[in-house]
Ligand binder design. Sequence first.
Ligand code: GLU
Length: 635
Amino acid sequence: MSKLQSEQSFTHEHRREYRIFQALDMAGTGSVSRAVLARTLASAGLRRQDHRLTQVFAELEPLDGPPLSLEAFADLISSAALLVERAVRGNLVIPDFSEFESAITAIFEAVSSNQDGRQADYIPPLAEVDPEGFGVSLVTVDGQRLDLGQADTDFSIQSTCKPFNYCFALEELGEETVHQHIGREPSGRGFNAYVLQADNRPHNPMINAGAIMCASLIKQDLPTFKRVRHVSESWRALTGGSTPRFDAYMAMEEDRTGDRNRALAYMMKNEGAFPGGEDFEDANLRAALELYFKTCSLELTASEMAMAAATLANGGVNPSTGERALKRETVRSCLSLMYSCGMYDFSGEFAFSIGVPAKSGVGGAVILVVPGLFGLCTWSPRLDAVGNSVRGVDFATRMVREYALHVFDGVAGTRERIDPRIPYARWRASQTAEALWAASTGDLRTLRRLEVEGFDLNQGDYDGRTALHLASAEGHTGVVQYLLNEGVNPTVLDRWGGTALGDAIQGSHHDIEELLRGAGAQDSGSPHPIVATVDAYPAESIDVDAVDAVALLWAAAEDDLGGIVRLVANGVPVAATDYDGRTALHLAAAEGHERVVDYLLAHGAQPGARDRWGSTPSEDAQNAGHSSISAKLAQ
Ligand code: GLU
């Protein structure tokens, strides 16, 4: 049976798996190495502990075991085939997870040196915590995870219990009942201020009065120890299996120093704010306080808390177990109030400048929820003057400076900040691809739009080619005129030292020549000798999305093999060409990226492909002095 026939029969039976299989078949040997698959999953942010991948990771062992045939590969991934497929194709919610991981790690390291603030010391068990402790954990709605520093150290959850207790009350009693007793307004006062709304309800469930009220509502008919157990058990679905630890010493100390909370409770009782109004019994009040103190004294790790936050980000479904932990409406209500009231007296400022629902606690935890994207928990005990973890706020501030995560970033456009939801290769490509393709086809309208959106019309691609080069090469006088009017540099050089004027001369576009000379352009000679007459240019026969093609070429130019594998797994043909007839192989050869050259050759790239000037990849390698690549390609 020939190789082709066997591929066809494979393709029939394992149609879905075939594409990712062949993208991962790095050397084109008809097999995939176990280590390559393991590495691909890891760099997509999928971890061994992931409930969905237990079997896949177990079957991958040993990683130096025999390579996988298509059948073995399809069989191995069968328990989680769609998840694996999405990971390989870069279709998880953060497609370039390893780049994201590096950026977040750099933020973590920068924040580690911040020693400002003081940890809570109103009770010994908080005063005794190591102030240097620092852990960060992030879990995406697709279950990609990242743990940094002490992500597995238990900390006192304190006020970060409040949003969850509120959720548990909503699940049990519904919004209407819960909000008969609790408002949803920021109080504008300290978290434990003696203040109620005009209607005698506490302002919201994120401050102490509201949280004590919430505690009074949860499983009212059960004895207190069962109510604590109920809350603790309710955490299981949020964390994906574990329940919080209980620190009895902490709870005792909270009770011992809890007069202010008792005063808040009696104030509410006096106003008839509890269920049953005037008839609310003293024993019930004491039980509510006990439940409040005890739930503040639960302990979790940053990594467990991040999973709970990710469950909120995911609309109530735990990303790892796939189990629904909370109703959608519950999550919506909770996130709304975290957004407006979660960060003590900094809540308005936090919503304004960071722009994501969050909650902090005096134990040093901060949880952040980016809806539809990820949940995150930072833990570091030193607090600022209002009680928020200094490093937690610092971390969040730096993160939103770099990434478009603010809920309203969408309206402001995202050119200055990276949107982690967009594959980097595509984002990078979309910057230039649209403009250069538009210039090469005379599409003035698109160029105008891009300029309005903030695109720099001088920006060049991986070959230093700009809109002006392409418009000049293809004879689009109106576009050249427009670009010159907008003040683009008329003498900008491409990879070979070529100017737009050179392009116009080569294409015999005399009117453009005149325009460019009028703008001060000088003839730079003929840096692109015509090597051969190219019949097949432009290579229109290849059906590929314009941005995908440019993304592939960028990835090749930047030695981004992972990016190439993802594009190939998505069906982008390695022979794709850009507006100059350049291919990924040209770029990898010109830049001297040998492993990319090898990968492209193994996947059918054509060493004989010719660009606009008739040059082959081998000639590109030779011109750039990469002789071994040039020799390899000339064979
Ligand atoms: N147990 C603390 C109190 O109620 C909680 C403080 C907090 O984390 O905001 O005073």
